[in-house]
Ligand binder design. Structure first.
Ligand code: PEP
Length: 247
């Protein structure tokens, strides 16, 4: 099973559901539809209405983040995994570089993952090196640290997906070369094996994926899917990514 996950970030109002209607109608006619899953993470404001609209359809809705506490607390503007699950979302991103740069620490991320899993949310855990770590050959050690500090062997690995998103690639149009990406995905899978032993989580790639460069990614079988930012805000681009992937 492959994943095509659209992260809308700070985008979308109620009428933006039209984008998802188009993706859903493409998917329901697509002969490859059983080979992949579509998940969209809109902002909090749209989760409940999107979940209701797509209840019996094949688009899953997730959240872009969650707070590192379980149910209710006195943290202004925070939204807990329990609250996200209560409106029907099935997934949540955790550790997106946008949130890491705003102060999310490994300890906070570990609690986010723990409480999300406890509330039956599947976690899409984002990791990735920045430009200087890449330049200084620190990619592998950075990824190992990000994974081992947060993911624990007692976590339910069936409900975890890892998204490798090099920070220098997010929103920049720059993507890793095929050889590097292959080596890095193998490294990530190796580290995951040391944590979880057998059957480790799926590993996705994210960072400037679009309908033109998807050809390059499709040759790397180690990649189990994609986390797509900018291009997920256009139904045409998102559909073309899927079409070109299975061409
Ligand atoms: C992201 O923010 O998760 C992302 C992958 O963005 P983009 O596709 O725009 O690089």
């Amino acid at each position: 099973m492959k994943y095509f996950i659209g992260n809308w970030k700070m985008f979308g109002v109620p009428r933006s559901i039209n984008i998802l209607n188009k993706i859903n109608s493409f998917r329901s006619r697509d002969k490859n539809r059983n080979k992949y899953r579509v998940i969209i993470t809109p902002p909090y404001t749209l989760i409940e209405s999107f979940v209701k609209h797509f209840r019996n359809k094949k688009i899953m809705i997730g959240s872009q983040n969650c707070y590192q506490k379980d149910q209710f607390s006195s943290n202004t503007a925070a939204v807990s995994p329990y609250m996200i699950r209560s409106v029907g979302a099935k997934y949540t991103l955790v550790g997106h570089s946008d949130n890491r740069s705003e102060g999310d620490t490994d300890l906070m991320l570990r609690d986010k993952v723990k409480f999300a899993l406890r509330n039956n949310l599947k976690v899409i855990f984002c990791i990735g090196e920045n430009k200087s770590q890449k330049k200084n050959n620190k990619t592998f050690s950075t990824l190992r640290r990000q994974l081992t500090k947060v993911l624990k062997k007692e976590f339910n690995k069936k409900n975890i997906i890892v998204a490798y998103e090099p920070i220098w690639s997010i929103g920049t149009g720059k993507i890793p070369n095929q050889k590097d990406l292959l080596k890095t995905s193998i490294h990530i899978k190796k580290v995951l094996k040391t944590i979880f032993r057998k059957n480790s989580p799926a590993v996705l790639y994210g960072g400037s994926v679009d309908e033109n460069n998807i050809d390059m990614f499709r040759e790397i079988k180690e990649i189990d899917g994609f986390l797509i930012g900018g291009a997920s805000k256009s139904s045409k681009k998102f559909i073309d990514i899927i079409k070109n992937y299975y061409r």
